[in-house]
Design a protein around this ligand. Structure first.
Ligand code: TXA
Ligand code: MG
Length: 316
């Protein structure tokens, strides 16, 4: 496999063009979206997609999201619906992924869908992602650009330290604004929330004017983020810490003394944007336990608690 040094590309027209060129050649390029950095490959090229799994060390039953520059391109690969149209009008481009039935004539690699007859699709809003996708001109499969089970990357430096020369290039384009992955809604039968994220369930229900089921953790693995331990730092994670214990790395929320604060103002949007970056920074200090203040369980707090619960799950 290729192990030449990773190219650090500037966030310029030249950098975007180089990224598109590498993707066309079957390369792996990490690029920012508004949620997290994605590890992109040509979604129609089996070998390129296989390299994603190799680079991430990811269990191959986990399907990937296909990213597109615009909605019309999406419709060539999935069976579109009125619900999809309403959600796209409200949230695309943006941090929402929809799972729809794949069209039989879609050339997307079966490695992307892990053999399912459904496809997860997303049109990101980040200008760099848009430029790369438009320049490449086809769907790009992109999981978060981290080793499987580790913390998601919200800066180019997280990608270089996590994946290094397993990747051909990374576009260095600063910090991701949302900071946690896209919300995933399944629309194959009735609407079902598969992963909480940047768009809340209440927002989705309002747009659809209908109830949305929530996937239970025990349900089968067609679905996302299903591995119990996920997003895990090297240190153990202790949740809902209302007091700190000796030696802990303290990740606070609100008006508390701590090592790093997700949001002193108890702003959940700010907390989401800081979540993975703060976990990376505390983990880099090399302690054994990261303790985290309680996070309110509403709005983006649901997605934050989902990620924290996985970070704290038993590892095996
Ligand atoms: O914000 C995001 O969504 C980021 C950026 C890079 O776009 N991507 C991301 O991808 O989080 P990843 O691969 O880390 O998570 C994708 C999730 C997985 O948990 C997977 O199980 C689920 O999407 N998924 C993909 N295709 C699916 C399908 N056909 N049915 C159900 N779940 C699917
Ligand atoms: Mg991920």
């Amino acid at each position: 496999m290729n192990r030449s040094p990773m190219e650090i590309l500037p966030d310029t027209a030249e950098g975007h063009a180089r990224a598109a060129q590498l993707l066309r050649g079957g390369g792996l390029v990490a690029f920012p979206t508004e949620t997290v950095y994605g590890l992109g490959a040509d979604a129609c090229n089996d070998r390129a997609v296989a390299r994603i799994f190799d680079a991430k060390g990811r269990p191959s039953f986990n399907p990937l999201i296909a990213h597109f520059a615009e909605r019309d391109a999406v419709k060539r690969h999935v069976i579109w619906s009125d619900e999809a149209e309403a959600l796209a009008n409200a949230y695309w481009p943006g941090p929402l992924t929809m799972v729809l039935r794949k069209r039989a004539d879609s050339p997307i690699s079966k490695l992307v869908t892990a053999g399912l007859d459904t496809l997860a699709v997303r049109v990101p809003a980040h200008p760099t992602a848009k430029a790369v996708l438009a320049g490449f001109g086809g769907p790009v499969a992109a999981p978060s650009a981290n080793r499987s089970g580790q913390i998601s990357p919200t800066r180019a430096s997280h990608v270089t330290s996590g994946l290094g020369d397993r990747v051909d290039a990374v576009i260095n384009a600063g910090v991701c604004a949302v900071g946690i992955e896209s919300t995933i809604i399944g629309l194959v039968e009735h609407p079902i929330l598969l992963r909480p994220g940047g768009v809340t369930k209440d927002q989705l229900m309002q747009t659809l004017g209908a109830a949305i089921a929530v996937r239970k953790n025990a349900e089968a693995i067609s679905a996302p983020g299903q591995l119990g331990s996920h997003y895990a730092p090297n240190a153990a994670v202790r949740l809902n810490a209302t007091e700190w214990r000796a030696g802990e790395l303290r990740l606070g929320f609100g008006d508390v003394a701590c090592d790093l604060n997700l949001s002193e103002d108890e702003d959940l949007v700010e907390a989401a944007a800081h979540l993975f970056d703060h976990l990376h920074r505390l983990d880099a200090r090399g302690g054994t336990v990261i303790a985290v203040s309680p996070i309110p369980h509403h709005g983006l707090g649901v997605a934050i608690n989902d990620r924290l619960t996985r970070a704290a799950a038993p590892r095996d």
